[in-house]
Design a protein around this ligand. Structure first.
Ligand code: NAP
Length: 242
């Protein structure tokens, strides 16, 4: 499905990004994973048989360098997956401003930087972008003020950039996962109170595994999704259906 496509996956050293890298490689893509965690990124790249470039997505110069080095090495870029992110469960009154700024820098600006740096190359390859948003970009999340704001921004930015670049043949979509069993949610999912809250709000009564999000990203990256752009696709066990 992704034969010979060159793809960058940010946040590729863990959770959804790592599962997506494995899925892309199984589908025939050449993958570069980018992550802030150098040790884990190096180990995962070795395990999956792909490249790793240490990148902090909140630094535009680093994202630009990631994209340029990928194009230099592989000759093209077909798919940009802007997936790196950090969580936050703090309400506005409790939040230090530093936390607000960091979440917005990584979860929203990081996505914009990935799109800005990759668009000139995607223009040449008729490529596509997939952003990882969240159900909390579609509906509010209790306590998650900065996270909901950033993910809501990703949802709207996905639509906006999709409209701007449809004429150039570049498709731009996002996935909006519900709760997924990854290191980001490990502590939350261990709390009985939170798990009950999750079950009460998820018709499917359980969190997702990262391997249930990755194939949707791979589908959006493939020619099979050739008429999809500007879509924010919930992969949420029914959370946003009610
Ligand atoms: P994860 O397992 O923590 O993986 C995220 C990866 O991104 C980690 O390796 C993390 O490194 C890295 N990262 C953090 N900040 C970065 C930065 N500034 N630059 C580059 N890499 C950075 O989390 P995940 O659950 O797979 O999350 C992936 C995406 O899915 C995120 O955008 C998240 O918001 C979204 N999402 C997750 C869920 C969920 O329930 N898990 C639900 C909806 C949406 P560190 O570990 O060192 O921070």
């Amino acid at each position: 499905m992704l034969d010979s496509k060159v793809a960058i996956i940010t946040g590729g050293a863990s959770g959804i990004g790592r599962a997506t890298a494995a899925e892309f490689i199984a589908e025939g893509a050449e993958v570069v994973i980018a992550d802030i965690d150098e040790d884990r990124g190096t180990a995962v790249a070795e395990e999956l048989g792909c490249e790793f470039v240490r990148t902090d997505v909140s630094e535009y110069d680093q994202v630009d360098e990631l994209v340029e080095s990928t194009v230099q090495e592989h000759g093209r870029l077909d798919v940009m997956v802007n997936n790196a992110g950090i969580g936050s469960e703090t309400s506005i009154e409790e939040m230090e401003l530093e936390e607000w700024h960091r979440v917005v820098e990584v979860d929203l600006s990081g996505v914009m930087y990935g799109m800005k740096a990759s668009l000139p190359h995607l223009d040449e390859s008729d490529g596509c972008i997939i952003n990882t948003a969240s159900i909390y970009g579609l509906v509010g999340g209790k306590g998650a003020a900065s996270y909901s704001a950033a993910k809501g921004g990703v949802v709207n930015l996905t639509q906006q950039v999709a409209i701007d670049y449809a004429d150039e043949g570049i498709r731009v979509n996002s996935v909006c996962p519900g709760f997924v069993d990854t290191p980001m949610t490990e502590e939350l999912l261990e709390s009985e109170r939170f798990y009950s809250f999750l079950e009460a709000n998820t018709p499917m009564d359980r969190p997702a595994q990262p391997e249930e999000i990755a194939p949707v990203i791979a589908f959006l990256a493939s020619e099979k999704a050739s008429y999809m752009t500007g879509a924010n696709v919930p992969v949420d066990g029914g959370w946003t259906a009610h």
